[in-house]
Every structure is written in structure tokens, then in C-alpha cells.
Design a protein around this ligand. Sequence first.
Ligand code: IMP
Ligand code: MG
Length: 174
Amino acid sequence: MKYHIDELISQETVEKKIDELAEQINRDYEGKELHLIVVLKGSVFFACELAKRLTIPVTMDFMSVSSYGSGMVSAGEITVKKELDEDIDGRDVLIVEDIFDSGITLFNLRILLLARNPKSLKIVTLLDKKDNHNTEVPIDYVGFEIPNKFVVGYGLDYAQKHRNLPYIGVVVED
Ligand code: IMP
Ligand code: MG
């Protein structure tokens, strides 16, 4: 397919939003230590920018999962491809996601992590495709609600490309 990429959200706008998210998280976790769980690979760019703006003590761990979006939502539909290095038992955990699309990934990941007894578990997502949700997941912090279009940049890929774009763009077929 021949395509080009149209800018949807500029770098400046994304970074201003991350400033705001970080401010809110710093307030909400004042006096606590926060353990960030970064969902590979797409969330890495967002997670680094967010983490740099946090002033509370932060630790980070990384996980890679794949979900089989058959349309059916059930807790079993997640495969862990890279496990966390550390236990989350008794910790204040924040899942850092790039995008909430159908929600199947976060739905399953949340159940998986809740079973490991964190003290608290919240979710931050940079992007939310509100019209495409297939399931309900409580999301604590949302960057931008976006239309149901395929987006790239800021960590998000199309066939593994364009993760390194410093802005969010829409893939448009020529
Ligand atoms: P879910 O449908 O909410 O489970 O999203 C699964 C994963 O699909 C996300 O974490 C992204 O990695 C990927 N994804 C969903 N929508 C897009 C998109 O518009 N661009 C790039 N990746 C996407
Ligand atoms: Mg992802």
C-alpha cells in the first residue's frame, strides 16, 4: 500500500500534554514511590518523556504482551512475551500505555497484574480511540481522545516503522 502520514498532534502539543499528566501524577502520588510498568514497544517513547517529568521517586519495569483480539473479551487472552523483572506485590503501580484501542490488551493486562497484589494499580494512556472500545477498563489518566484512525509516531508503528516520529500522525492511503 502506498501511503503518506498527516500530522494529527504536533510534538509541542504532545509534550505539553505530558507536562500536564506528569503534574497530575506528581500530585496524586505525593509522598509515595511509583513503579511504572511500560508496555513494550510502543509505550517506550511516552514512558521516557513522562518519567523525566516525575519528581516523586520512580522505578521502571518493562513487559511485552500480545493479545488475540478475536472480539471476545476474556481474561485468558493474553500472552506474556517478556515478563517483568520485579515483583509488584505491595507497590503502587502505574501501567504506561501508548494507546487504548479495543481495550483488550489493557483489560487482560490489568487482570493479570491485579492478581499479583499491587498496593494500587492505575493506568495512563497517551491516546484513547474512544469510538473503538470493545471493553470497559478504568483509565485513570488520558492524554488525548483521538478518532478511530490508524496512527503512528511517538512510539506507535505501522509494520514496525515510524515509531521515531516526534509527533502523532495518521496513516493515509494514497
Ligand atoms: P488494544 O486494541 O486496545 O488491545 O490495542 C492493542 C495494541 O494495538 C496497542 O497497544 C497498540 O500497540 C496497537 N494499536 C492500536 N491502535 C493502533 C494505531 O492506531 N497505531 C499503531 N498501533 C496501534
Ligand atoms: Mg501497545
